[in-house]
Design a protein around this ligand. Sequence first.
Ligand code: NAP
Length: 305
Amino acid sequence: MTARLLLAKPVAEKIQAEVAEIARHLTEKGHKPGLAAVLVGNDPASHTYVGSKVKTCQNLGLHSEKIELPTETTTEPLLAVVEDLNRRSDIHGILVQMPLPSHIDSPAIIRAIHPDKDVDGFHPVSAGRLVLKQDGFVACTPAGIIEMLAFYDIPIRGTRAAILGRSTIVGLPMSLLLLHRDATVTICHSRTPDIARVAREADILVAAIGRTAFVTEDFIREGATVIDVGINRVSTPEDVAEYFGDDEKRRADVEKKGYSIIGDVHPRHAVERAANFTPVPGGVGPLTIAMLMKNTVRAAERSVR
Ligand code: NAP
């Protein structure tokens, strides 16, 4: 079997076209949707992520603001920034880029964001609403995966799903979203014995653990849908050959940049055994920002109801 590659691009483009349309309507009525992104410190990856989010806002006609604060910022002043954004009527979504420096009380910062502006879906109220199957904001990566499954007509109801990873931003909400859509869900984590056996039973296998090519052929049921959320790096020609075979582009990546991006799933094994597979990069990644935009226009729509 050669897996169909599920790409995020057409899914993200569809979501973004809908977002741009809603943003245009709201702007015409004087309610331009606005997203504030708060960034503490100099982490290069966080700067890149926030930069992409702000740029996507601009492309889709949303107002966006980047609030950059020095690494030394402490919890109290950061809480004050969030409170100020909570009060502003031109800001509908607030995201505080994680991870924050370790001296900051991150849970307190997340709790301070008004649940109506919690477009990342990390607030305990949002998490509670998801558990209770109530309307609310859902973490963007798992919400995007649900959109992707719908886009590619992959059924969920009645299937068996295995989720590798139980983080509050990916694994756990992913499990709930699939459960609410009538999948039978097993959640695996670092203490789960014989994960391969559990994974092999799954029609839908989601890997979100952050371990290079952890999922090998013995984890994958023939004909399964395999969603690879992981973002890791390979940096040796031997690893590139093992995971990607003769892929020239991957080899060039390693020569030029010193690494190539890889997920939690062994890509050659997945392509051989799965029916559907999200490649890394290009599979899940672009959905996350698209869903953030969707959540922001939803927040704006709700604010004027
Ligand atoms: P995380 O918070 O570090 O959680 C990792 C989870 O994986 C934990 O539940 C952990 O189990 C489990 N785990 C770790 N090693 C394991 C092992 N050897 N066997 C079984 N389970 C194991 O990570 P995360 O934030 O969910 O992210 C996971 C991956 O997805 C990372 O590579 C991250 O970069 C990527 N990611 C991608 C996107 C995207 O947009 N594409 C978005 C978010 C995250 P315990 O709970 O027992 O410790």
